[in-house]
Design a protein around this ligand. Structure first.
Ligand code: ATP
Ligand code: MG
Length: 332
């Protein structure tokens, strides 16, 4: 069954002098029990997709069009109260930089208890027991629930935010960059913890990160975003092992550890596109080593490839294998 369905999502931000087309016709769906990744460089629109889903866009953000369905429920037609209920009961959200947004003057345990009280009619001592249990689940010492955020390390604060998100055992966990800013060992531990919990609660995961290595380790399928567009999409095996899109290839070269070879990372030269108008060329054209005239004329459609569960938006998709070989050839 499809848990989450996003179709043709368009989101804009209004600024003083222009309209930012942050998410442009993004479609993807997550089947029950599947872990799904949303990848792409900074500014590609990842957080905007999550915030649109949850009705948490900043004031200047607008969902212009698109279908957003969770378990068959249209998320765009919910009242604020209904949305809040779904957000806690069914979908857990760990926002980007969540660990830095804990209330500094309230104990960590009290913050989680407050979240529980908002949704459940329970006594203080029941809520406290649940907080101790959640601390234990995320690998924190239950005897520390009366400590303040500043008494915890970054990795521990991130565990607190995970505990808070899990309080009501949701069907879907949306985690936006849950490991960014943590050191590598702590990152691994946090990811392991999220996976362990997600398996235990039998929930699905939407993992948002610019690190495709983390997605390769944890997800079944993914979408690669660039300039608000889905560039490539499908199973992790198809997209990350045999990418057909030059953007994915470039992203892979910036995280070479996926192939477990000792290659140096090569960043994609150039900078992301200006989003102040809808694209009239492929959004990646200016940075793409393979761009031709076609690529300057229109942004390519996302099309189904012959193998199952693989889609790519590239005018040169038919030549992808050759482009990959060209890219692998050493410079002379
Ligand atoms: P990161 O990896 O840095 O978190 P992201 O992929 O999550 O990036 P978004 O935060 O979704 O990207 O931003 C997408 C685009 O929308 C960017 O160009 C960003 O500058 C722009 N944007 C985001 N929020 C706003 C806002 N409130 N007003 C105007 N533009 C915004
Ligand atoms: Mg973001």
């Amino acid at each position: 069954m499809t848990l989450l369905n996003v179709e043709d999502l368009k989101v804009t931000y209004a600024t003083d002098d222009e309209t930012i087309h942050a998410v442009n016709d993004v479609s993807f769906s997550i089947e029950e029990g599947v872990n799904y990744g949303l990848a792409g460089e900074s500014g590609s629109g990842k957080s905007t997709v999550a915030e649109a889903l949850l009705g948490l866009l900043p004031r200047n953000g607008t969902v212009e069009s698109g279908t957003l369905e969770f378990n068959g429920t249209d998320l765009t037609s919910l009242t604020d109260a209904e949305r809040r209920d779904i957000l806690w009961e069914d979908i857990a959200y760990i926002p980007q930089s969540a660990m830095d947004s804990l209330d500094p003057v309230m104990t960590t345990g009290a913050q989680i208890a407050q979240a529980i009280h908002t949704h459940r009619n329970v006594t203080d001592s029941k809520a406290r027991d649940r907080v101790r249990e959640l601390f234990d689940i995320v690998g924190l010492d239950p005897d520390r629930i009366d400590e303040y955020p500043h008494e915890f390390s970054g990795g521990m604060r991130q565990r607190v935010t995970i505990a808070m998100a899990l309080a009501l055992e949701p069907d879907l966990i949306i985690a936006d960059e849950p490991t960014t800013g943590l050191d590598v060992i702590v990152q691994d531990k946090i990811i392991d913890k999220i996976l362990e919990i997600q398996e235990r609660m039998d929930s699905s995961l939407l993992l948002i990160t610019h690190e495709i290595g983390v997605i390769a380790e944890t997800c079944d399928a993914l979408s690669i975003l660039y300039g608000g567009k889905v560039m490539e999409q499908g199973s992790v095996d198809n997209v990350l092992v045999n990418p057909t899109n030059p953007y994915t290839m470039g992203l892979k070269n910036s995280f070479p550890e996926i192939d477990a070879e000792d290659e140096d990372p090569v960043a994609i030269p150039g900078s992301p596109p200006n989003l102040n108008r809808e694209p009239t060329a492929c959004v990646f054209e200016r940075r793409c080593p393979f761009a031709t005239d076609d690529c300057r004329e229109s942004h390519p459609e996302l099309i189904d490839l012959p193998n199952r569960n693989h889609r790519s938006a590239c005018h040169r998709v038919k030549e992808a294998a050759q482009l990959r070989r060209d890219a692998d050839e050493p410079e002379t």
